[in-house]
Design a protein. Structure first.
Length: 317
């Protein structure tokens, strides 16, 4: 599963395959949404000696991957994301790094190392981290992908440069039609849905649709090929009384681009706050499983256990 949609270029694949023992490190960068070779470091000593020189391949404010040849013939995968790198770069590199190793050949990489400053691109810093992580259990490919996306989200959520409104935690404004639809949803007397999307060009939250809809047809209002915020007011009866359950549904298909994932993830709490709706239930998944949602909203009633009846012994009537 490729989380960002960015692939290894044919030129990079050929360059990496042709590397010999005279090249200690290869710098890989994302340029025009493609992974390309962007510099090399020649062998001048052993791995420990040369590792202290790889910082020369990167700038303070950039992000890059550095593939470092070890003395055993395998490569160390270094992911460098400068602390002051652009938010977009942090997202892209965090969610693409597993793609690099997979497409170049996972068996060629023995371990990985993550750095955010040039001071961490030293052998002493690497050795210290290696000692602390050597006992960790290996992750499956799927676990690595999920870990990458989670780390990318955390990098965005923790960055000092992220635009945010303190009162709501949201960086993107809500369009007037979208806000009006949410206002109607607050007091609706019928089951109703409001579907919102993020306009990637204008970075605003816009209205996709709002309409009355019964819960059994709700999945028709949630796309399977794009992220979406879905507010749903479910009007139903409980013990003969009319009840409105307000739901917030956040779906983000696995095929979504990394920028979509990051922006939808970092804005979801803000749109809830901005809506002014008291949410009774939140549902977050790659795709909406309607039966799962219905079971969570209205779980099957437990039947009273009947009194245990002992079977009659043979010969008894």
């Amino acid at each position: 599963m490729n989380q960002s949609g960015i692939r290894v270029s044919e030129t990079l694949a050929k360059t990496f395959a042709s590397l010999d023992n005279n090249v200690r490190a290869l710098k890989v960068s994302i340029i025009d949404e493609s992974l390309v070779a962007n510099g090399t470091l020649s062998v001048s000593g052993d791995f420990q000696h040369d590792f202290n020189n790889i910082a020369d391949l990167v700038d303070l404010h950039e992000a890059a991957y550095i593939l470092v040849l070890q003395d055993n013939g395998q490569y160390l995968f270094v992911s460098y994301v400068g602390e002051s790198a652009k938010v977009k770069d942090k997202m892209m590199y965090a969610s693409t790094r597993n793609t690099v190793s997979r497409e170049l050949g996972s068996a060629k990489f023995s371990t990985s190392y993550f750095a955010t400053t040039k001071d961490e691109l030293t052998f002493s810093a690497y050795a210290k981290q290696e000692l602390g992580t050597s006992a960790e259990a290996p992750l499956s490919e799927k676990e690595k992908d999920l870990k990458s996306v989670k780390e990318a989200e955390e990098e965005v959520n923790n960055t000092q440069t992220k635009r945010a409104i303190a009162s709501t935690g949201m960086s993107f404004p809500v369009s007037e039609p979208a806000q009006e639809a949410l206002n109607v949803l607050k007091t609706t007397s019928t089951s109703r849905v409001v579907s919102l999307s993020i306009n990637m060009k204008t970075e605003t939250i816009e209205l996709e649709s709002d309409k009355d809809i019964e819960i059994d047809a709700l999945d028709s209002a949630v796309p399977k090929d794009a992220p979406r915020y879905t507010f749903y007011a479910w009007v139903h009866e409980v013990h003969g009384n009319g009840v409105t359950t307000q739901c917030f549904i956040y779906t983000c298909p696995g095929s979504s681009k990394v920028r979509e994932r990051m922006l939808y993830s970092s804005n979801r709490q803000g749109i809830i706050s901005s809506s002014g709706i008291a949410i009774d239930h939140k549902y977050e998944a790659e795709d909406l499983d309607l039966s799962d949602l219905k079971n969570r909203l209205d779980p099957p009633k437990e039947t009273k256990s009947s009194t245990f009846s002992r079977p009659k012994r043979p010969g008894k009537k």
